[in-house]
Design a protein around this ligand. Structure first.
Ligand code: SF4
Ligand code: SF4
Length: 150
């Protein structure tokens, strides 16, 4: 649970909506079913993907394993199939170090149910609901307003 200062810092300074809790359990699931998103949306064909390989080394680690209604599905070749560990753990890209981030949700992604991390809303939904409720209630008249209306 975040304290007031942390809530302020994350939401007002960093402009975040979620914060991360938990820890990695090393299951390797997040390195197996990967969608790649770039400016035009989620990658749908391999030609499009080839161009991305020149932009960042992370893309060179990926190979296509499937295609579904969302787009091409990739798997990272650095994942050891036996141990489920990353073979380049110490030198892995920033995107892997920062996983999972809030941007994941803006891409339409989700954490696997068994993932050791959870993304919690900085302002709990109950608080958001209360604020909306308060705003929608008619304002109470001040003492002077009541006085002048009489
Ligand atoms: S899915 Fe979650 S627990 Fe599993 S390797 Fe990825 S970050 Fe770790
Ligand atoms: S580089 Fe390592 S951590 Fe990153 S996706 Fe590949 S296997 Fe996973």
């Amino acid at each position: 649970m975040l304290n007031k200062f942390q809530k302020f810092f994350y939401s007002k300074i960093l402009r975040r909506k979620y914060y991360r809790t938990g820890h990695c359990l090393g299951c390797g699931r997040c390195c197996k079913k990967i969608y790649v998103k770039h400016a035009k949306g989620i990658i749908q064909d391999e030609k499009e993907f080839e161009n991305l390989k020149y932009q960042h080394r992370f893309y060179t680690y990926l190979k296509v394993i499937d295609k579904d209604e969302t787009g091409l599905v990739f798997e990272c070749m650095n994942l050891d199939p036996e141990t489920h560990k990353c073979k380049i753990h110490k030198t892995r890209s920033g995107i892997c170090r920062r996983y999972p981030q809030e941007e994941l949700f803006s891409m339409g992604g989700a954490l696997s149910e068994d993932c050791g991390y959870k993304m919690e809303p900085i302002i709990p939904f109950s608080e958001v609901f209360l604020t909306i409720q308060k705003k929608s209630q008619p304002k109470k008249k001040s003492f002077f307003e009541k006085l002048f209306r009489k």
